[in-house]
Write a protein that binds this ligand. Structure first.
Ligand SMILES: Cc1cc2nc3c(=O)[nH]c(=O)nc-3n(C[C@H](O)[C@H](O)[C@H](O)COP(=O)(O)OP(=O)(O)OC[C@H]3O[C@@H](n4cnc5c(N)ncnc54)[C@H](O)[C@@H]3O)c2cc1C
Length: 491
């Protein structure tokens, strides 16, 4: 129920976190907005003239290309519930059951991820024993995981956090880390595993060790509880879904719903937040792009409360004059960049059957591409009839330069590597390059404690909330949850 004293809230940032916050404020989920408890007036400030932030879809001549996220995890409720609220249930489609597995490229060859091996957790012994990906020594070490003593640690202390590399090498051995875990992780987080925090990025596996003593026992227990139905190879592909018409449908339809609910949209860049006697003043800078650019924004807006659903570096700038230590903590969260080169080919020109969700590349393979998603194998209608769509990822925390190459060098490099890996001898029919400079927050060791410090400082500032991928999960459901929680914190 909304606090009737909260009359006007500004949401800064029109990505999924900001949209979820605006929805929670303007369209209370419990639908109890009454005369006594009206939904508050909401203004959304976004500089680009479009909604969705990094989530964007390009539809062109029969190709449907996701510029960033191509699907989301349906094992958490927030994104699915939003899809249902927006009447988009019939749009949902899962990863094709025939391709729910990943391949790993190393030593010039493609190997399937052993069946049942989920990111860090070995599910099936038989598939590890028979996998050609690991040496005999590597297999024995991996199978000995259940005898590695558990590390007793308390998640609340910094010293208890561990990098993903330390954790994986300690439990599974260096070979399994290099040949299996590292490629799978870099394909998902574009992160440096030597810095990625287990407590922040993989709490489930951290907890598994604590509860069950080993990842193999924990995974066996999990499968027992799910009746083995949730066995996954690489990622949990069975639980990833997309929207038939593309991911951008979600922010577009939500934006329309918010417009109908009276949410005012201002195309401008937020520059500075200043506390007033009764609330906040947000200073704006006009931008010269986007469909709403003709509207000259006001120089500043007054409000009772504000949700900052922007990258943490932008939140740091906005809060610099409000709370310097908080701004410093926010500025300390690092981001990595990447680029996606989407390539379309005639199916008959690709020798590989593309009978997987995609492939990830081991760092030791000496290639620039991190991963290739076989988009048209995973989801329907991503390519014209008889054609296939592949999305190749480069960059990430360990390779900051490749994603910065100019278009023609980036395109040639990626086409050469994709063609070599998948047996393609003709140029692509379709090419699209999407660059994401500094778009992926990196949860380094100690991230959980940094978030606790941020929350402690925020608790002393009435009427300001933070939301977005920088804090408690980068996946779409987590980002939506963060927007909803930020709105709830204000009311
Ligand atoms: C390449 C890539 C692939 C991904 N793939 C997946 C995937 O397959 N599945 C998945 O679940 N997740 C995926 N993610 C993660 C997920 O898409 C993001 O974490 C999530 O969409 C981020 O939402 P957000 O609202 O926090 O931030 P953003 O989408 O970055 O939105 C922030 C908004 O703030 C605005 N803004 C910035 N500065 C200002 C300012 N000064 N004033 C006002 N507004 C401002 C920006 O214009 C933007 O619209 C991927 C991310 C990337 C980059």
């Amino acid at each position: 129920m909304h606090d009737p004293r909260l009359k006007h809230v500004i949401v800064v940032g029109g990505g999924l976190a900001g949209l979820a916050a605006a929805e929670t404020l303007a369209l209370p989920l419990e639908r109890v907005a009454t005369a006594a408890h009206p939904a508050c007036t909401v203004t959304l400030v976004e500089p680009t003239g479009r909604l969705g932030g990094v989530v964007a879809t390009v539809r062109q001549d029969g190709w449907l290309v996701e510029r960033s996220a191509d699907s989301f995890f349906a094992g958490r409720p927030e994104a699915i519930a939003m899809v249902e609220r927006l009447g988009l249930r019939s749009e949902l489609v899962g990863v094709d059951p025939r391709v729910r597995r990943a391949l790993i490229y190393r030593d010039g060859r493609l190997f399937p991820v052993p069946a049942g091996f989920r990111l860090l957790a070995p599910g099936r012994i038989s598939s590890i024993v028979t996998s050609p990906l690991l040496s005999l020594r590597g297999k024995l070490r991996l199978l000995a995981e259940r005898f590695v003593p558990r590390r007793t640690a308390d998640l609340a202390t910094v010293s208890s956090d561990e990098s993903l590399e330390q954790f994986a090498v300690r439990r599974l051995g260096r070979e399994a880390f290099e040949r299996l875990v590292q490629p799978l992780v870099s394909g998902i987080w574009t992160a440096d595993p030597a810095q990625l925090s287990m407590a922040a990025a993989c709490p489930e596996f951290f907890e598994m060790e604590r509860r069950f003593g080993s990842l193999s026992s924990g995974e066996r227990m999990r499968l027992k509880h799910t009746g083995g139905e949730d066995e996954a190879t690489g990622a949990r592909y069975g639980q990833f879904v997309t929207l038939k018409s593309g991911m951008e449908t979600l922010p577009t339809v939500l934006g329309e719903r918010l417009h109908c609910a009276g949410v005012r949209r201002i195309t401008a860049r937020a520059q500075r937040l200043v506390q007033t006697e009764s609330g906040w003043e947000l200073f704006l800078q006009a931008v010269g792009n986007g469909s709403h650019a003709a509207e000259v924004p006001p120089q500043s807006l007054l409000c009772d409360a504000v949700v900052l659903a922007v990258p943490s570096g932008v939140a740091a700038q906005l809060l610099a004059a409000v709370d310097q230590p908080l701004a410093q903590e926010l500025a300390g969260i690092q981001y990595a960049g990447s680029a996606i080169v989407s390539l379309g080919f005639s199916q008959s020109d690709v020798q590989h059957p593309l009978d997987a969700a995609g492939l990830v590349v081991a760092r030791t393979a000496g290639r620039k591409i991190l991963a290739i998603s076989f988009s048209s194998s995973k989801f329907p209608a991503r390519a014209p009839l008889g054609a296939v769509l592949l999305r190749a990822f480069v960059g990430g925390a360990l390779d900051p330069t490749t994603a910065l190459l100019d278009d023609s060098r980036l395109q040639s490099l990626v086409i050469a590597e994709v063609s070599a890996l998948l047996g393609i001898r003709v140029p692509p029919q379709f090419v699209q390059i999407d660059r994401w400079a500094g778009a992926m927050p990196q949860y380094h060791v100690g991230h959980v404690q940094r978030i606790e410090r941020i929350n402690r400082r925020l608790a002393g500032i009435a009427g300001v909330a933070l939301a977005g991928a920088a804090y408690e999960g980068v996946g779409i459901p987590q980002v939506i949850a963060s927007g909803q929680a930020a709105a709830a914190r204000l009311v």
